[in-house]
Design a protein around this ligand. Structure first.
Ligand SMILES: Nc1ncnc2c1ncn2[C@@H]1O[C@H](COP(=O)(O)OP(=O)(O)O)[C@@H](O)[C@H]1O
Ligand SMILES: [Mg+2]
Length: 266
């Protein structure tokens, strides 16, 4: 049930004009003024995310991935260029950013409240979302009672509660152990396939990028530019240890190494 509601929300209401992009990034550059002068972080980035598409943005740390994601989220403005999104995106970070004084369920209910869901519907909807991330029964759990993986599941459920068409994820599984991360990859793929969500997922982990995405976009460093992109035609669900995933990861890693060699120390 949760799934069909989400799918409907992601499609947009009846009569909505066809939207061809979940996100459209056009010639975006970004500079910061710091003590060491102006730092040119992003240079002329153009990238579209199609409705329902799963794109990973891959690059070495410090290359500007979070900067770009924050621009798409509308948390900061580009120095030049433009960004449009189909509605307001939902966000998920490495840090779960759940409110520790609220239970898992109440964290989700708060997101529903902010979206204007009537009070009498919130509890049921929160429970559906917890089921969707396979945390049924965890409504009353406090954040400190949950493992790292469970917290990220709640954070994902909270992001899904916003019923945005676009989900922006900034290294959401980077702090988890490999096994938990692997399970969450499966969950994310399942949820993405069950809904019409578009996902823009940032990572520095090549295998993770290939495991998840329909398209991997590699950013160079200093300044961040789109170096290359790959379409990933390996059928889902994939495993991170699949030969095809490994082979493409080797190719991308070589390119990434080249970028790092060209642009200095990391
Ligand atoms: N608000 C800011 N003010 C100044 N410099 C920033 C700001 N945000 C990011 N930067 C700089 O931009 C560069 C890219 O950072 P970031 O986008 O966080 O990289 P990544 O997410 O790829 O690791 C870094 O050199 C960082 O110091
Ligand atoms: Mg970052």
């Amino acid at each position: 049930m949760a799934t069909s509601t989400l799918a409907k929300a992601a499609e947009g209401g009846a009569g909505t004009a066809t939207v061809r992009h979940a996100a459209r990034i056009e010639h975006v550059s970004k500079s910061f003024n710091g003590p060491a002068g102006q730092q040119h972080v992003l240079d002329d980035i153009s990238l579209d995310v199609a409705p329902g598409e799963f794109v990973t943005l891959l690059g070495a740390s410090g290359c500007g991935k979070s900067t770009l994601l924050n621009l798409v989220a509308g948390l900061d403005a580009p120095s030049s260029g433009s960004i449009t999104t189909d509605g307001r995106p939902a966000l998920m970070f490495q840090e779960h950013a759940l409110f520790p004084w609220l239970t898992a369920g109440k964290n989700i209910e708060l997101a529903l409240k902010l979206r204007g869901v009537p009070k009498n519907e919130r509890r049921g909807r929160a429970e559906e979302l917890l089921e969707l991330v396979r945390l049924g029964g965890a409504h009353g759990k406090r954040v400190h009672e949950l493992s790292g993986g469970m917290r990220q599941r709640v954070a994902l459920a909270r992001a899904l509660a916003q019923e945005s068409k676009l989900l922006l994820m900034d290294e959401p599984f980077a702090a988890l152990d490999a096994i938990t991360r692997d399970v969450l990859h499966d969950e994310l793929t399942r949820i993405w396939r069950e809904t019409n969500l578009s996902v823009l997922f940032v990572t520095h982990n090549v295998r993770e990028a290939v495991r998840l995405a329909e398209r991997v976009v590699l950013l160079s460093s200093r300044p961040g530019r789109i170096a290359r992109e790959w379409r990933v035609d390996i059928p889902q669900p994939r495993r991170i240890e699949d030969t095809a995933v490994a082979e493409l990861s080797v190719e991308i890693t070589e390119q990434l190494r080249g970028e790092i060699r060209r642009h200095g120390q990391h």
